[in-house]
Write a protein that binds this ligand. Structure first.
Ligand SMILES: Nc1ncnc2c1ncn2[C@@H]1O[C@H](COP(=O)(O)OP(=O)(O)O)[C@@H](O)[C@H]1O
Ligand SMILES: [Mg+2]
Length: 283
């Protein structure tokens, strides 16, 4: 414990190239109060550093604190104990440097798609200028929804709405993109398509991405590193580096290294049951 606390107090360490980490959690503990006056320990002993430009996926069973980690980074929640930093700043100071995408697109139906995308600009700085509108249009073109700028969200499919939500998260050109099961509500085909779109976007813009998903194959397909969490209390159980070549595509999923990475993560999450099931299905 003493060691963990002293680490939390230490200054961020640049990597060999002198670059500061994009995200840093040090000895995080987070408890939520319960109605009966008790508390739920959502996270305990979390140490995690994400490099600038890295794509990290968080997986683990429900309730292991994945969303809480993102909420701490977004400044929506203050940790009970420990240190959270985004680009060397507190989450409050980082503000516009962080973009958020949730499972539900949460667009406002009385605004057009373009106005929804420009909403963060309007909230922070007032009326969007021509440069903001140009940025919104570029994002819409990049995500394939340019033709829907003047439509209302209810006229769009779920996948299109989620593309709009991604544009809204990117409108202020954040350094860090936090995505909480962003494709969880989409059908399997759209979901796969969105994964490839996101990879393309990431390779063009090189944001740091922290991506929560329930899908192990999705995590392996997307990420440089998969962080496996365990519940009660939420903690990091393992980290798996995914060194599959990029750009990744449909062929990636047929790669034996892809299969072995997904299987390894399954075993880490489900333990022996997963190993037994895998053996049973190969017989
Ligand atoms: N606002 C809250 N109030 C009380 N408990 C909460 C709150 N948010 C989350 N929790 C609890 O904290 C734990 C972690 O939740 P969460 O971060 O949402 O996990 P995950 O996203 O991995 O499913 C769970 O036990 C959950 O019930
Ligand atoms: Mg969650």
């Amino acid at each position: 414990m003493r060691k963990a606390l002293s680490r939390a107090a230490s200054p961020p360490v640049p990597d060999a190239g002198g670059v500061l980490p994009a995200i840093r959690f040090g000895a995080i503990r987070h408890a939520y109060p319960t109605r009966d006056g008790g508390e739920v320990l959502a996270l305990d002993g979390i140490d995690l550093t994400v490099r600038r430009g890295e794509f990290v996926a968080l997986v683990g069973p429900s309730g292991c604190g994945k969303s809480t980690l993102l909420r701490l980074l977004a400044g929506l929640e203050k940790p009970t104990r420990g240190m959270v930093e985004v680009e060397g700043l507190t989450p409050d100071a980082a503000g516009e440097m962080v973009g958020l995408v949730f499972q539900k697109p949460t667009l406002l139906d009385w605004l057009t798609v373009e106005r929804n995308i420009l909403l963060p600009v309007r909230i922070r700085r007032g009326r969007p200028g021509p440069a903001d509108v140009a940025a919104a249009r570029q994002l819409m073109a990049m995500t394939g929804i340019a033709g829907f700028a003047q439509r209302h969200p209810s006229e769009l499919s779920g996948g299109m709405q989620q593309r709009a939500a991604i544009c809204r998260a990117l409108i202020q050109d954040p350094e860090v993109l936090l995505m909480d099961e962003p494709f969880g509500a989409l059908d399997a085909l759209t979901r796969e398509e969105m994964c490839f779109e996101l990879l393309r976007l990431w390779s063009e813009r090189r944001k740091t991405i922290l991506f929560v998903t329930h899908s192990i194959p999705e995590a392996v397909l997307l990420a440089d590193r998969v962080v496996v969490m365990a519940p009660r209390p939420g903690r990091i159980a393992a980290e798996i580096v995914v060194d599959l070549p990029r750009p990744r595509g449909l062929g990636t999923m047929a790669d034996p290294a892809f299969q072995s990475a997904t299987q390894r993560i399954r075993e880490l999450i489900y333990g022996d049951a997963a190993r037994a099931a895998a053996t049973a299905t190969t017989l």
